[in-house]
Ligand binder design. Structure first.
Ligand code: 13P
Length: 300
């Protein structure tokens, strides 16, 4: 496994030193680079990601969700939507949204194989996912980690996703919060190992999703407070600066997931300063999801 990981990473690994040199020396080339980077730093659009998980049951149900999302999408001015469907429905979702009329809608998968292809029954590779229209893929969701996905697997999948021209949505999050702040090192380590061997030049392709396990699927719809999200967002972004460098780190959106609802989403992206939200259950309830999209879009 280790050998394979190394092979996969080869193309993606570029010396961090070289990158740092690029952005710190005020040569003509660097000034141009900064001009390219600046609009992304000033990113105003929020991201709403719907993670359908193992839902809905049929292709007919997918049709209903699509027409519901379509009915609200044209009114959204500042929100990008990523619909992460089960593999079976990716093609259907992707062909239902026009590349020209629905520029703010993208399709994502919820996982990809740890292999590029071959005799691995039931697995779906990044290349296959990309070829049926997905441009994003969730990696390291707590529900996959719970069935044995290790940090090393998450890292291999991230590198394979980038190689397949897919943008990884990397999930991190603690199972409990302790008073000593141990959970912060836990999150740092998850990010560190997920991005291991990734060149900073891929920073604009990734999204970090902070999804505390205690909030995912919580019956009481327990979430972080906007204040806690703001703290976490600063913490993650500061760490990304450490490992990727300033300019690349500013391109990485940090979104929140775990019991996001139409009621709490606006505060999480507003006061909480999350770059977006990752929504499970409410992304399947059309009335609530449409309201959630509208609420997020109204956040200044
Ligand atoms: P819920 O919004 O249902 O808590 O799920 C969150 C999640 O796991 C999104 O990836």
């Amino acid at each position: 496994m280790k050998k394979k990981v190394k092979k996969v990473s080869k193309k993606l690994i570029k010396s961090k030193k070289t990158h740092k040199k690029d952005i710190s020396k005020p040569s003509k080339k660097n000034i141009q680079k900064k001009q390219v980077i600046s609009p992304k730093i000033l990113r105003k659009k929020k991201i709403v990601i719907g993670n359908w998980k193992e839902n809905p049951a049929t292709s007919e149900d997918v049709k209903n969700i699509i027409s519901g999302v379509k009915s609200v999408v044209k009114d959204l001015k500042k929100t990008d939507i990523i619909l992460c469907a089960p593999h079976a429905f990716i093609s259907q979702v992707s062909s239902s949204f026009s590349k020209n009329l629905n520029k703010n809608v993208s399709v994502g998968a919820q996982d990809l194989s740890v292999k590029k292809g071959g005799s691995f029954t039931g697995e779906v590779s990044g290349t296959m996912i990309r070829s049926v229209g997905a441009t994003y893929v969730i990696i390291g969701h707590s529900e996959r980690r719970a069935v044995g996905e290790t940090d090393e697997i998450v890292n291999t999948k991230l590198l394979l996703a980038l190689q397949s021209d897919l943008k990884p949505i990397v999930c991190v999050g603690e199972s409990v919060r302790d008073d000593q702040g141990e959970y912060l090192s836990y999150i740092k380590n998850q990010i560190k190992s997920a991005l291991n061997g990734m060149s900073p030049k891929y920073a604009d392709k990734i999204i970090i999703a902070y999804e505390p396990i205690w909030a995912v699927g919580s019956k009481e719809m327990q979430t972080v407070s906007p204040y806690e999200m703001h703290q976490m967002s600063i913490f993650i972004k500061k760490y990304l600066i450490e490992i990727l460098g300033l300019a690349p780190a500013t391109m990485v959106p940090v979104v929140y997931g775990g019991s996001v609802t139409a009621e709490n989403a606006a505060a999480i992206v507003g006061e909480g300063e999350a770059d977006g939200v990752l929504v499970g259950r409410e992304s399947l309830d059309l009335i609530k999801f449409k309201q959630l999209l509208k609420n997020v879009d109204l956040v200044k």
